[in-house]
Design a protein around this ligand. Sequence first.
Ligand SMILES: [Zn+2]
Length: 292
Amino acid sequence: MNAIQHNAQQDNDKLYRFLFQNRAVRGEWVRLNDTFTETLNTHHYPKAVQNLLGEMLVATSLLTATLKFEGTITVQIQGDGALKLAVVNGNDQQQLRALARVEGEIAEDATLSQMIGQGVLVISIIPEKGERYQGVISLDKPTISECLEDYFARSEQLATQLVIRVGEFDGKAVAGGTLLQIMPDGTGTSEDFEHLATLASTIKAEELFGLTAEELLFRLFHEETVEVYPPQSTVFHCGCSRERSGAAIMLLPDEEIVEMLAEKNGVIDMQCECCGTQYFFDEKAIAELKQG
Ligand SMILES: [Zn+2]
């Protein structure tokens, strides 16, 4: 058991892309270990919210890896339930971050619809160069994965499968998943895709968490020729900075800034909601910001 775990650890916080050579179907495998736990670090989310963020982190990582350009994907849930907002951000460097806003009680085993009430999933794709794209998906399926599969089938006409598992391994939170997608060039058949997707749907959580990517792919698809490309590392990265916090203060009206300084004994304390980092601005710092 120890030997297997040790071996599997080499694929912690890694994303792999692979290709079924005779099927015109591509795939991805990702496992978020520290990436996931560091995202949760400064927060005490209810268990169900934590699991949802894990699912969204994996989905965002897998979606970002399908991009052909440098840029960012934001996956956001807005609802009218106790979970007001859940948002995950990922880029082509596989830097990920997540944030949720909860108002009220959420049961440990709450379902997606129990948490969000009436809600939508908004996907924003923001290339560094070129046009932004936004898609709005109704959250009328039991899981994020199913909502996204439906979205791909409708908007991109691309058969896509997401298998996502969130849980614990070795006493630590972990989230992982796979994506299968028919090649966009039209050479793949739906029979081939369905065959592979049926195999992938049998993935167990302990296989995603406790095996290397290659071990899992071999276990699932040992009759296939699968070309596996070198992995990319995933990492929790917030992207907040003192400059950005200062810029946020400068958006406030002058009298409000003066009021805040008075209320807070001369030091405005900006805390990043996402990672918990605090940035302090006293009167002198505010004056410098105003000078630009
Ligand atoms: Zn931050």
